[in-house]
Design a protein around this ligand. Structure first.
Ligand code: UDP
Length: 329
């Protein structure tokens, strides 16, 4: 019997790569997405397969899935700072109400559930690199609070279901991850810089560019998530690449990689933008035998190939996605 896997956020960046992975593992995959930030183009190639089903549904509403389920992976959520600003209430709801619905579903089906958490639970971290024991430094009422607190609540309710109901749960804390199928207009630094280079615009650095990030290629991330799901470890695990770089140095790498002759311009730093971020992945190494393998120059080349393959129309439709029809008044 094929394992039956439910993936929420299936049309998104990570969700669609997870669909591919579980199909490859011989599973039957049921994808759910309400397509606010997701794009069907990411999973178009799966629609012809018998082992794949898709439902356009908002998981903050009751979720019904007929038949048995072995695994649930909850990856539905806006995941970029500009998205949180535009759809703050949906961001809060999918992390809280959506997670509650999926935990209930997992309990009903006796399925193992993996929850996508984030390095944002560490906020603007005062401990560096970030280990799983660090409680974080989050501004509850800032613009990122809607994401950070939803994800913190998500971890709490997941642990409560684990401890109170004995549910099999897994929590991955995902650090900045990149690769093909990132949304060009999501405002994140990698699509932003690559889109700017391809359109012949200047690269925009927010603040002085001395803030750091550590970028993980999507194939590494998916492998880490898969191993965590298959492990018997129920506390949160960081998955990310510890290779840290300042945004300024990163912009220079992108200029070199893309061959653009544009310059760097500086814009205001967004509120609560973390000054530094780097995962401590000792735990993942120990319990999953996992560490990031793809070097940044290799991953960025593949990612740039993807952005280059987009049509001119897609490339120039670079303004932020219009969420107006989803806005809750
Ligand atoms: N950033 C930037 N220029 C851009 C977009 C982002 O300098 O056009 C900066 C942003 O302020 C942050 C870093 O790049 O310090 C990473 O931003 P991103 O939105 O990708 O993810 P975050 O890690 O902040 O969630």
């Amino acid at each position: 019997m094929r394992k039956r896997v439910l993936i929420t956020g299936a049309a998104g960046f990570l969700g669609s790569h997870l669909c591919d992975r579980f199909i490859k593992e011989g599973c039957h995959v049921i994808g759910i997405d309400n397509l606010i930030t997701g794009d069907l183009a990411n999973i178009e190639h799966l629609f012809k397969l018998e082992q794949f089903e898709f439902y356009n549904h908002d998981v903050t509403k009751f979720v019904h899935v007929p038949g048995q389920l072995d695994y649930i992976l909850h990856f539905a959520s806006p995941a970029s700072p500009i998205d949180y600003l535009k759809i703050p209430i949906q961001t809060l709801k999918v992390g809280s109400l959506g997670t509650h619905n999926l935990l209930g579903l997992a309990k009903e089906k006796n399925a193992r559930i993996l929850i996508a958490s984030t390095s944002e639970v560490y906020g603007d971290p005062l401990v560096h690199p970030q280990t799983e024991e660090y409680y974080g430094n989050v501004n509850t009422i800032g613009p990122r609070g809607v994401y950070d607190e939803a994800k913190r609540f998500q971890e709490s309710i997941t642990m409560a279901y684990h401890r109170f109901h004995g549910l099999e749960t897994r929590i991955v804390r995902i650090f900045n991850t990149y690769g093909p199928r990132m949304r060009l207009n999501d405002g994140r630094v990698i699509p932003a810089f690559m889109g700017q280079a391809l359109r012949g615009e200047d690269l925009t650095i927010f603040g002085d560019g001395l803030q750091t990030r550590s970028f993980c290629y999507v194939d590494d991330q998916i492998e880490g998530i898969y191993r965590l799901l298959m492990s018997d470890y129920s506390l949160p695990v960081n998955i990310g690449n510890p290779d840290e770089i300042t945004i300024k140095d990163f912009a220079e790498e992108i200029i070199k990689l893309t061959g653009t002759d544009q310059k760097i311009i500086y814009k205001e730093l967004p509120v609560d933008d973390p000054m530094q971020r780097k995962p401590d992945t000792t735990l993942a190494k120990k319990i999953l035998g996992w560490e990031a393998k793809v070097p940044r120059n290799e991953g960025m080349k593949k990612t740039f190939e993807y952005f280059k393959s987009l049509t001119k129309e897609q490339l120039h439709k670079s303004e932020h996605k219009d969420f107006s029809k989803h806005i809750v008044k």
